[in-house]
Design a protein around this ligand. Structure first.
Ligand SMILES: Nc1ncnc2c1ncn2[C@@H]1O[C@H](COP(=O)(O)OP(=O)(O)OP(=O)(O)O)[C@@H](O)[C@H]1O
Length: 578
């Protein structure tokens, strides 16, 4: 990582702190106040040594009064500084997280296929806190040690400017040593961060796939895989820590060389000029206090490097490609639901062959259209494009005659309710899963539950519709999860419903009930059904048969059977006929 990247990372982080700059400014002021008390200490010690032993110099009670007063002042400033500091950090962390979640919510569909969920969780939840905590601790140390160091340096110049100037000679040497150590630390911290993300993803896998892991008796296998990554993290962490641990002894060594030289010169000066013990003690006390402050500051290189490495990871997420929404047109209300695809082609990035290859099909308003075809024929890719998750490489898709590319994504997606192959439920109540992100309407909720053949089941739940369904509906059966997803789609009242293998997990009775319920909306909704079980789409108004991203044949069930083509063969195969 170049120093330029460091600067821009720091600048970008600064943008999250900027809105809370008053907190930051007041923090600095509080610490300036605390630091201002710093040079008073050597002055006091020098004064006590110089005059304290003289009889009748000053009343002895003044010593505790001044000392306690000094520490009281420092304490008050220190407390205010810490409070204000945390006030600023907690607010900045919240803004940083909000920006990351905002980025996550707008990512391009392709990014999700590459990204492990665990990585996103880590980057949004843990990293901002960690970065700002690290930067915070650094800031605190800079204020706590840096400001007093500056104050002390000023004081040293005041006491003996020639000697102070001489002591600055060691600075470039120290900077060089620190630079070398930092380079090594940054490399190791980057590796350690990357391997830590791998570890997060492993845990994510183990948790998500716990059933598979148990079925395969793979606990040992997973433990070993985890241990291997864990070992890698440990090794990298140790290397980072070793590089960090070198920073202090090396800088101290350089400092000790300088220090011994300076003390020698100071003593020599005192002897030759006869400046006395007081001036010497003042200078050396101040110098020792300054070095101890500087030593603390040299410890900050490691957390700073770690913070920039983690921040870089967060900014990668923030800069990942966003969904392009060039459409400006808004549909005033629900569409008719007439959909046409003309010569549509789609090849996914990195894919060897086209998922859709000049496909021309339509989905008529108010009709039920079925999409059938072998696995990988392109059925889900059609849905992918209809919902605007991707753009066709060629061809055009229209909704009520309007090119969907001209519609805003939000306006387009309002027209669709989808039950997809992979059921996704939220860790929330039945009601909130159904009325997801929409105003709650009890009668609509009941209608959706009844239509999805779920009403009786929900009535039997301990808290009815308010019962929590568990993470991704883990407290429900496969069929119940699917029916819940159907109820959610029905609740949306969109003009186009898409059912992608939506009834595959239902028993015959539930499936019939759902189909009967759907029949109520016949003629009013455009229904697109993807089904592998061909018995479920017999009554469709039209059946499009796909193969390798192209339309092979189209017609009603009866027409296609009469035609005795691909569809008829599929039906025969499913019926177990030769
Ligand atoms: N995100 C993706 N990246 C690359 N290739 C993809 C992606 N999604 C799908 N494909 C490929 O595109 C082709 C069509 O896939 P699609 O999911 O549309 O098929 P499908 O007919 O819905 O299959 P199934 O019935 O198994 O769900 C397949 O060859 C698939 O491997």
């Amino acid at each position: 990582m170049s120093s330029d990247t460091n600067v821009s990372t720091a600048q970008r982080l600064g943008k999250f702190v900027y809105p809370h700059r008053w907190g930051a400014l007041l923090t600095v002021l509080a610490y300036v106040g605390a630091a201002a008390t710093e040079p008073m200490l050597p002055k006091l010690i020098g004064f006590v040594f110089g005059e304290g032993f003289t009889k009748g110099a000053f009343p002895i009670w003044m010593i505790p009064v001044v000392l306690i007063g000094l520490y009281l002042m420092r304490g008050l400033f220190g407390f205010a500084g810490q409070y204000l500091f945390n006030w600023t950090v907690t607010r900045s962390v919240m803004d940083f997280r909000a920006a990351l979640v905002n980025a996550l919510l707008r990512l391009d569909a392709q990014v999700y296929t590459r990204m492990q969920p665990g990585t996103a969780v880590s980057k949004v939840v843990n990293d901002p806190q960690q970065i700002l905590q690290l930067i915070g601790d650094i800031g605190m140390s800079v204020l706590r040690d840096g400001l007093p160091a500056v104050a002390m340096l000023g004081y040293l110049f005041y006491v003996n400017w020639q000697l102070t100037l001489l002591s600055l000679v060691v600075t470039p040497l120290m900077a060089f040593v620190m630079k070398k150590v930092n380079q090594r630390m940054r490399l190791m911290a980057t590796r350690s961060y990357d391997s830590q993300l791998l570890l997060v993803n492993k845990v994510d896998d183990i948790t998500r796939a716990w059933r598979v892991v148990r079925q395969f008796g793979a606990a040992g296998y997973e433990r070993d895989r985890f241990a291997a990554v864990s070992q890698e993290v440990r090794r990298n962490n140790l290397k980072t820590a070793t590089a960090g641990a070198l920073a202090q002894p090396l800088s101290q060594l350089v400092a000790s060389v300088g220090l011994s030289f300076i003390i020698c010169v100071a003593i020599w000066q005192a002897r030759t000029t006869g400046s006395g013990v007081q001036a010497f003690v003042e200078f050396v006390t101040a110098l020792l206090l300054l070095t101890s402050r500087l030593r603390h500051l040299s410890d900050l290189a490691a957390p700073f490097t770690r913070a920039t490495v983690i921040a870089k990871g967060c900014f990668e997420l923030m800069d990942a490609p966003k969904e392009v929404d060039t459409g400006t047109r808004e549909l005033p209300g629900p569409a008719q639901g007439d959909i046409a695809m003309e010569q549509v082609a789609l090849t996914y990035p990195g894919a060897g062959q086209a998922a859709l290859d000049g496909l021309t099909v339509d989905f008529r308003a108010g009709r039920t259209t079925a999409l059938v075809g072998a696995s990988g024929a392109g059925k889900s890719s059609i849905i992918h494009l209809l919902l605007g998750f991707g753009r066709p490489d060629a061809g055009r898709i229209t909704l009520d005659g309007i090119d969907i590319q001209t519609l805003s994504r939000a306006s387009l997606r309002r027209q669709f309710a989808v039950v997809s192959q992979d059921i996704v439920l939220f860790d929330d109540s039945v009601a909130n899963n159904i009325a997801y992100a929409q105003p709650r309407d009890e009668s609509r909720l009941e209608a959706a539950l009844r239509a999805a053949h779920l009403w009786d089941f929900v009535q039997g739940l301990p808290e009815g519709v308010e019962t929590a369904v568990g993470a991704n509906g883990s407290k429900l059966s496969g069929g119940q999860r699917q029916r819940l997803a159907i109820a959610r789609a029905l609740y949306k009242e969109a003009p186009v419903w898409i059912f992608d293998e939506a009834t595959s997990a239902l028993d015959t009775e539930s499936e019939r009930a759902v189909q009967q319920a759907l029949a109520q909306w016949a003629g009013r909704k455009t229904l697109i059904v993807i089904a592998h079980r061909l018995s479920t789409i017999r009554d469709a108004d039209a059946i499009h048969v796909l193969g390798a991203g192209r339309l092979i044949e189209t017609g009603t069930h009866a027409e296609l059977i009469a035609r005795d083509g691909a569809y008829a063969a599929m039906v025969r195969a499913q019926a177990g006929e030769p």
